[in-house]
Design a protein around this ligand. Structure first.
Ligand SMILES: *Cc1c(COP(=O)(O)O)cnc(C)c1O
Length: 362
């Protein structure tokens, strides 16, 4: 067995490939705050074109991209509607409130998926007592939902409803390209339903840094100004944008391999007594499963996994997430399956634990 850890904690842990590093080394750069970085401009134009939008803005993180979108669509005292487990609401420190004076109104979905009728009646009246409802945010694929793809008819229905009622729509597409590859529905078709779309290059696409927000030109101009306010104006950012550009060219189609590995892993987990998939349907690259409390907590379980060279993330007291990506292959997936079985066996045999591994609770 190699000393290398098989790291399934997140698709953010990938390291740039040699070819990506070469693209970084070769990048032509300039000062992007002066709008003089040709590589950043090329990336922004390429992404805008792929998503069928007028313009795009390269930003340091998906969190900044989402928060810029909320700020462009909403002002202080406004409110947006979203699914309860979504990243914008659950994992961004309520940045919309801290940074922009905006409130969120959440609706519980099933594995991240809302039914359109759940939104009916949630647009507030405009009376002096209540906030103004301005925006609907959806996430595709849905991270906490276990990488679920939003069904296209649901996206269509919710966005049509929002626009009919004068609300804006934003897509957190941190993993949009996973949805594209797994569904066969083109990026433009997904993004066409939304005013603004955020995508991450640092997730499954395997770039080291960066996300982008795409949308109508006037909104991207306003997002650019807010990006400077948030401290996200970067100088020779072509150094990192080159990796993102490389990823758009070379790392989209290969996401199918990640999805196949995740399906394999999910099927194997489903057969291990003591582990249970709340949703056995693995759409893309995320596998979420529950650990029977008799085996200890999820964080204790992942600490034991680390002893066997396999890393996964505790995302609840009894819940673990495993994500496939560019830096785990079929051999790593097989090793993970073996390690899961071995850890269950050692728990049942009463072998003493090794503490708790880092967790990321919702
Ligand atoms: C990771 C992620 C983000 C935020 O990305 P960061 O670059 O980590 O800020 C946003 N939305 C979703 C769905 C994500 O998974």
């Amino acid at each position: 067995m190699s000393d290398r850890l098989a790291d399934f904690r997140s698709d953010t842990v990938t390291r740039p490939t040699p070819a990506m590093r070469q693209a970084i080394a070769d990048a032509v750069v300039g000062d992007d705050v002066f709008k003089e970085d040709p590589t950043v401009r090329a990336l922004e134009e390429r992404l805008a074109d792929m998503l069928g939008k007028e313009a795009a803005l390269y930003v340091p993180s998906g969190t900044m991209s989402n928060q810029l979108a909320v700020r462009v669509h909403c002002g202080p005292g406004d409110e947006f509607l979203c699914e309860t487990g979504c990243h914008i609401y659950a994992y961004e420190q309520a940045g919309y409130a801290q940074l922009s004076g905006v409130a969120a109104r959440t609706v519980d979905g099933q594995f991240g998926i809302l039914r359109p009728e759940q939104l009916a009646g949630l647009i507030r009246s405009g009376d002096d007592h209540v906030p103004f409802t301005k925006l609907v945010c959806l996430e595709n694929t849905h991270n906490r939902g276990g990488g679920r793809i939003q069904p296209l008819p649901i996206v269509t229905s919710i966005c049509d409803w929002a626009h009919r009622h004068g609300l804006a729509t934003h897509l957190d597409g941190a993993r949009l390209f996973n949805a594209v590859v797994a569904s066969g529905v083109a990026a433009r078709e997904w993004s066409g339903h939304f005013d603004t779309v955020s995508v991450c290059f640092s997730k499954g696409l395997g770039a080291p840094i960066g996300s982008a927000l795409a949308g109508p030109r006037d909104m991207i101009v306003r997002a650019r100004r807010a990006r400077k306010l948030f401290g996200g104006g970067m100088r020779q950012a072509g150094m990192i944008a080159a990796a993102a550009l490389y990823a758009l060219e070379h790392h989209i189609d290969r996401l199918a391999q990640d999805h196949a590995q995740a399906k394999h892993l999910g099927a194997a987990v489903g057969k291990i007594a003591g582990l249970k998939l709340p949703n056995p349907q693995i759409d893309t690259n995320i596998v979420i499963f529950d650990v029977d409390p008799n085996l200890g907590t999820a964080a204790e379980f992942t600490a034991r996994l680390r002893q066997l060279g396999v890393l996964m993330l505790a995302i609840g007291r009894q819940q673990i997430r495993a994500v496939t990506h560019l830096d785990v292959d079929a051999a790593d997936t097989n090793r993970a399956v073996e390690a899961l079985g071995a850890v269950v066996d050692e728990c049942r045999a009463g072998k003493p634990g090794v503490g708790e591994e880092r967790s990321a609770y919702a």
